[in-house]
Write a protein that binds this ligand. Structure first.
Ligand SMILES: *[C@@H]1O[C@H](CO)[C@@H](O)[C@H](O)[C@H]1NC(C)=O
Length: 439
């Protein structure tokens, strides 16, 4: 009887300790340190964020194509200039912070070995032991608290845009050719991945190191993640539930890139929304408090053409791929939050005309799909632009969603695309703060 009472007291305690929605997992890609100009995020900028983050996921390690060992993709900075150690030493000042070292993250682009992530799974224990040993050493030697696998699985094929008869023929053909199957051995790879994660976990256990998984955008959880089996192996899973459409993958049509719910109609795919992805993991009995919802601090920007029309309402047709890169983002089709902020109507741009005129912003009072902002090709505008993005409000809505579903919290991708200089409203890291405030 006494034991029973004790157990139930412990159980209550446990619930209050693992208070849902208390994680704010911040992604930090050290490549942002070597950007030029305003996009350059240096250590004093990084440090300002740490009071808000429960975890910092430091990216990225890659896999060597020739021997499958783990190594820093940014070795000069991370290892030789001691950025790994600089960042993990910040834990002394922020003792609550856990810093994990991440592998992959779609940053490990290797034209000579495009399939190395699959080859590592297929390579069996010997090949994997080399990876595991080298990853463990980097974690251990540089005082990280654990490892994150942002594993680069084959991604879904993007939806093809074809009109009329072509579309019907296409969908027929797809049925016969299995056009949507990106990996005929997905079932095997799923099994191999679980076994691999088990071995990775074994390597970390003795030191009490953490292990997390990040499900990258457009990686299909059904194919690669055995949620019930992974539950006992990982501390948490971060769902990068955004970039369902991107200007690079879907050059000819623009849409909400991270709707919380299915916007329905117009042949939208039922699994391209946050709620579907979260529900999928919950239906697999994965504990909600170990699931963190990914929120992007950047927007996706398409080039509009005259044929895209002037309404802006998604799905927007006849777009022309990624909009030009921002000075800060330095990546076509991607704009950081402060870059978007400077293009929205404000005191500096209200009188500008043509290609410099402010964007028209359309917010979403239903809180279900997200915002967009655009500038149509008309009235002297030749460079049309359409952006799907988070503002402070929609980012907070996602934190609310995470809380409502009793998730562990939010995973923020990434710190360098938030307004870390306070250019927009004088507040530094306004989006990170907005999310933290709601959790
Ligand atoms: C994976 O893809 C299949 C087929 O395209 C789809 O039905 C399923 O919902 C997807 N799973 C997730 C979690 O997105």
């Amino acid at each position: 009887m006494k034991l029973l009472v004790l157990c139930s007291i412990l159980a209550t305690l446990h619930v209050s300790v693992t208070n849902a929605a208390s994680n704010l997992v911040c992604y930090y890609n050290s490549a942002s340190y070597i950007r030029e100009g305003l996009g350059k995020l240096q250590n004093p900028d990084l440090e300002l964020a740490l009071q808000f983050c429960s975890h910092l996921v430091y990216g990225y390690l890659g896999i060597r194509g020739d021997n499958y060992q783990a190594y820093s993709l940014n070795e000069n900075l991370d290892v030789y200039k001691h950025q790994f150690d600089e960042v993990t030493s910040l834990k002394r000042k922020y003792p609550h912070l856990k810093v994990l070292l991440s592998v992959g993250g779609d940053q490990d682009i290797d034209a000579d070995h495009p399939d190395k992530y699959i080859e590592l799974l297929e390579g069996g224990k010997v090949r994997q032991a080399g990876f595991i040993q080298t990853a463990y050493s980097l974690v251990k030697n540089h005082n990280f608290d654990g490892l994150d696998l942002s594993y680069q699985f084959p991604r879904n094929k993007p939806r093809k845009v074809h009109t009329g008869l072509g579309a019907t023929w296409k969908s027929f053909k797809k049925l016969f050719t299995g056009d949507f199957v990106v990996d005929t051995n997905a079932a095997l790879h799923k099994e191999q991945f679980t076994a691999f994660v088990r071995d990775v976990k074994d390597s970390l256990r003795a030191d009490g190191l953490l292990l997390s998984l990040t499900v990258l955008p457009n990686v299909n959880s059904t194919w690669y993640f055995d949620a019930p089996a992974l539950n006992s192996l990982v501390d948490f899973v971060n769902l990068a539930a955004f970039d369902f459409l991107t200007p690079a993958r879907n050059p000819e049509e623009a849409d909400y890139t991270a709707p919380i719910y299915d916007a329905g109609s117009q042949n939208r795919l039922g699994h391209y929304n946050v709620d579907f992805q979260v529900q999928y993991w919950l239906q697999q009995q994965f504990p909600s408090n170990k699931l963190n919802l990914g929120v992007a601090s950047y927007g996706n920007a398409w080039k509009l053409t005259a044929e895209s029309g002037i309404e802006g309402t998604p799905v927007v047709a006849n777009t022309e791929g990624p909009a030009p890169e921002g000075l800060q983002s330095q990546k076509p089709g991607l704009l950081s939050y402060p870059e978007i902020c400077s293009k929205l109507p404000n005191a500096n741009n209200q009188h500008l005309k043509g290609n410099d005129s402010p964007l028209r912003r359309v917010s979403d009072p239903t809180k279900r799909f997200g915002n967009f902002a655009f500038r149509a090709v008309q009235d002297g505008v030749t460079e049309g632009l359409w952006i799907s993005y988070n503002d402070l409000e929609s980012a907070s809505n996602r934190a609310d969603y995470a809380r409502a579903k009793n998730l562990g919290g939010v995973a923020f991708f990434d710190l360098s695309y938030d307004d870390f200089r306070g250019l927009c409203t004088n507040d530094k890291y306004p989006m990170l703060r907005a999310i933290k405030y709601r959790l």
